[in-house]
Structure formats: C-alpha cells, structure tokens
Design a protein around this ligand. Structure first.
Ligand SMILES: [Zn+2]
Ligand SMILES: [Zn+2]
Length: 345
C-alpha cells in the first residue's frame, strides 16, 4: 500500500509499505478513504516530537471502511464506515475511566506518533471498540474528518474548559483551524461577544463569516487596547489561546475580566511568564488539556443534524499520490489560504 513516511527532521516520502495486520484481538484494520494533515504533523517534520521516530507513517485523523476486526472487537464488522479518533483509548484504565482518554495508559495520542498512522491506504487502529465511531448513513465524509481532531480539540480544550456561557464575552487568540473550530463550537452556547484576534487579515475575514462579532488584527493594532475598548474596560469572561507562543498567552492573561477563564489550547515549546503579580486577586482560572475526544458522539449528532457545519473548515482536496502538494499547501497557509486539506486515499 502507499503511505506517507516520516524519515527524520525535514524529510518524508510516499513509500510502498506492507498492508498492516491485526496485532491485538481488540485491533481493527481500516481502509482509509479520507484523511487530513494537522499542525502537529508539521511539528513532527520539524523534529519537535521525539516520540515519533523515523520510519513512522504519519497522520492521526480520517474516515474509512472497516477491512478486518480482531476476535475481541464486538461493535464493528467489515464493510462498516467509521470515523477514526485521533486518540486511542482502552476504555478500562484509570484515566479512561475518568474520561481522560488522552492519558490512556496504553493509548492516547499514539496514531501517527508511536504507531503507524492514517496517511496511508490502510491503518491498524488499536482498541477499535472505543476508538472508532460508526458513521451514520448519509453523513458527509469530509465534514466528519473534522471530527477526528480539530473540532473536539477546539471544543473541549477551548470552549468547554473556557466555560463559555450564554451572554458571556469570549476572545479567541489565533484564527487557524483550531481557533476557528473553537469559534464554531462556542456558538452552541450563544455568547454575546466572540472577539477573534490574529495577524492574518484573510483569516479574520473567514472568522467574521464563521460568526465572530468583532475581529482584531494584532499585527496592525494594539489587541489588548482594542479588546478592553470593546468590553467597556472589563475584559473578557473567556480567553482562548489557540497559537502556543508567549506573546499570545500573555495577551490572554491581560484581557481576562475578574472571574475569567484562560483556556489554553496552543502547543507551547518555550516557557511563558505567569503574571501572578496582577492576577492573584482576580478570581481567574487557567486551564490546560489535551483533547480527550469525549465530545465526539455529541459533535457527530450536531454535524448530522446540521447544527454544526464542519465542512466549512475544508479548503483544499488532493489525492494520496499528491500528498506532498497537500503538505505544501497546508504549510504555506498564508499564501494558499488553506485551512484543512482533505486527502483521498
Ligand atoms: Zn491533529
Ligand atoms: Zn485507557
């Protein structure tokens, strides 16, 4: 089968690989029909993710058709269409029982990281019963690819952790796919204001189209001043950090109203200052989280009932044999206007 293989920092190749075989009794083999590229894949290619070793097939998102199941898989049978969660969960360890699937003792984020992933014609999915979701009849496959990672991440790490409420004020710093996913799913709770901050004016145009009530280009203006002005000097109830650099985290610290929640989503590579000298008396909460994908069944329902238009995040489409072009388009999003790219296997 064809598969995109990580070959060390800066190197990847589309290679011919043997089709995966069942390992544990709880495994399934899925024939991938659609997959996508995540910002995390770019981090791996930079060499930022040491757990992902050269030789690994990349990718942790996608949909497909069940090809084979191990003898202990009870929920699925060959031929069924399934959504693959970016998080594999055994369902029975101490963390899975606390619904922290991302910290599953023998699973978590392993696909396209510690084990071969989904940017291939077939993938072996561990713990199939608790890591795959049956795709309802008539559902749009491209929309569902957005449920593997980007939408649950924006929703769980940003919106749920940020305690977005009816009538509240929200600032989302970073209008990339994850920030936009938070913007789309924050609207489940009808906040009064969703202020979107980014340095890319084109992405802010998209944010307005997706429901932002105000947009601020932090490259051309003082975002702190603009948010304070917009909120009558109070700041916001929820600040969602969806970039992962010190400047954006510190902006979120500064724009919090008393009682506010700073929900971190960004992947941070360097230390950030915590300004307790100005925050100690302001009743604030700071949250961090890796996506657990516990909201996936709920999000599936909202996509199926058209309450959530997940497909709006899809901008580009490629065949698997042109996956290098897909990476180029995704990595140079400022020029290509790419949000999520669909790769058809
Ligand atoms: Zn991802
Ligand atoms: Zn577990």
């Amino acid at each position: 089968m064809k598969a995109l293989v990580y070959l060390g920092p800066g190197k990847k190749a589309l290679q011919e690989r043997p089709k995966p075989v069942l390992g544990a009794a709880t495994d399934a083999i899925v024939r991938i029909t659609k997959t996508t590229i995540c910002g995390t894949d770019l981090h791996i290619l930079k060499g930022d993710v040491p757990s992902c070793e050269p030789g690994r097939i990349l990718g942790h998102e996608g949909v497909g058709i069940i090809d084979q199941v191990g003898p202990a898989v009870t929920t699925f049978r060959p031929g069924q269409p399934v959504l693959i969660s970016c998080i594999s969960s055994c369902g029975i360890c101490v963390y899975c029982r606390r619904l922290m699937y991302s910290h599953c003792l023998t699973g978590g984020w392993i696909l396209g990281n510690r084990i071969d992933g989904t940017q291939a014609e077939f993938a072996r999915i561990p713990y199939a019963d608790t890591s795959l979701y049956l795709i309802p009849e008539g559902a749009d496959e491209e929309a569902l690819v957005m449920l593997s990672d980007v939408l649950p991440t924006g929703f769980e790490c940003g919106v749920l952790n940020g305690r977005v409420q009816p009538g509240s004020t929200v600032a989302i710093v970073g209008a990339g796919p994850i920030g936009l996913a938070a913007l789309l799913t924050a609207q489940f709770f009808s906040p009064a204001e969703i202020i979107m901050v980014d340095v890319d004016s084109e992405r802010l145009v998209i944010a307005t189209r997706f429901g932002a009530t105000a947009v601020i280009n932090s490259a051309g203006s003082d975002a702190l001043e603009a948010i304070m002005k917009r909120t009558d000097g109070r700041g916001v109830d929820t600040a969602i950090e969806a970039v992962g650099i010190p400047q954006t985290f510190e902006l979120c610290e500064k724009v919090l109203a008393p009682g506010g929640v700073l929900a971190n989503v960004g992947v941070h590579g360097t230390k950030v200052d915590l300004h307790l000298e100005s925050l100690w008396d302001r009743n604030i909460t700071i949250t961090t989280r890796l996506v657990d994908t516990v909201s996936t069944p709920m999000l599936l329902n909202t996509v199926r009932s058209r309450k959530l238009d997940a497909k709006r995040l899809v901008t580009h489409r490629f065949r698997l044999d042109r996956i290098h072009d897909a990476y180029e388009a995704f990595a140079h999003a400022a020029d290509t206007r790419a949000l999520k790219v669909i790769i058809e296997a």
